[in-house]
Design a protein around this ligand. Structure first.
Ligand code: PLP
Length: 219
């Protein structure tokens, strides 16, 4: 894999309003440095411990995005530095993020993960649950956390029509919410296999791992 070539390819190809989150999970620091040297500043990880280790060792102008499922008891480790948490799925988690952000005298941006896939294994909440969180009194009182958008993962399938309809659904939820919540600016959808469809459907943030860094090897 020529990581810097791949980064350049995506930078050229993606529309200007679409941010590239390079998903570096499981990859060694040399690979992340190569992406960094090619100009990439947003990196995404799905494990808090791994992200924290990498943050400690790599340049401090990297924006770290947590894209994986978050356990409340681990929020404290990333609270000092995380720049966006993509997969918030409860008010309780938002409360914990708010508390830890406050202890670090900062504000943390989050996305609510909406379940759009037709699969049991995917995390996320319904649009109705997301609306309840956004409209809750508890959320309105949180001063150190801000929901700036929504995130979704489409079904893992070859059926492009199905993927498209899932992304379109998420875009419609996003547009509806934005009437009441103008803070919602980001729509995180699209991965290596489906980012083109996601961009067509209005994604503002694609999360691309394997087609930048190569296949992952989980041991
Ligand atoms: C791993 C991961 C990605 C990247 O997947 P690729 O198919 O390698 O591009 C995107 N989003 C989330 C939430 C992930 O965990």
């Amino acid at each position: 894999m020529d990581i810097s070539e791949n980064i350049k390819k995506y930078k050229d190809e993606l529309p200007e309003n679409v941010k590239l989150v390079a998903i570096s999970k499981t990859k060694p620091n040399e690979d992340l440095v190569e992406a960094y040297n090619a100009g990439q500043r947003i990196l995404g990880e799905n494990k808090i411990q791994e992200m924290t280790d990498k943050w400690e060792e790599l340049p401090k102008d990297i924006e770290w995005h947590m894209v994986g499922h978050v356990q409340r008891n681990k929020v404290k480790y990333m609270a000092p530095f995380v720049s966006l948490i993509h997969a918030v799925d409860s008010l309780k988690l938002l409360k914990e993020i708010n508390k830890r952000a406050k202890q670090n005298e900062r504000s943390i941006n989050c996305l609510l993960q909406i379940k759009i896939a037709d699969e049991d294994s995917k995390f996320g909440i319904t649009s109705e649950e997301a609306r309840e969180i956004l409209n809750s009194e508890a959320y309105s009182k949180m001063e150190n956390v801000k929901v700036i958008g929504l995130m979704g993962m489409a079904t893992f399938t070859d059926d492009e029509d199905q993927i498209r309809s899932e992304f379109k659904y998420l875009k419609s939820v996003f547009d509806k919410f934005r009437d009441e919540h103008p803070d919602l600016q980001e729509l995180s959808m699209g991965m290596s296999g489906d980012y083109q469809i996601a961009v067509d459907c209005g994604s503002t943030m694609v999360r691309i791992g394997s087609s930048i860094f190569g296949a992952r090897n989980y041991n």
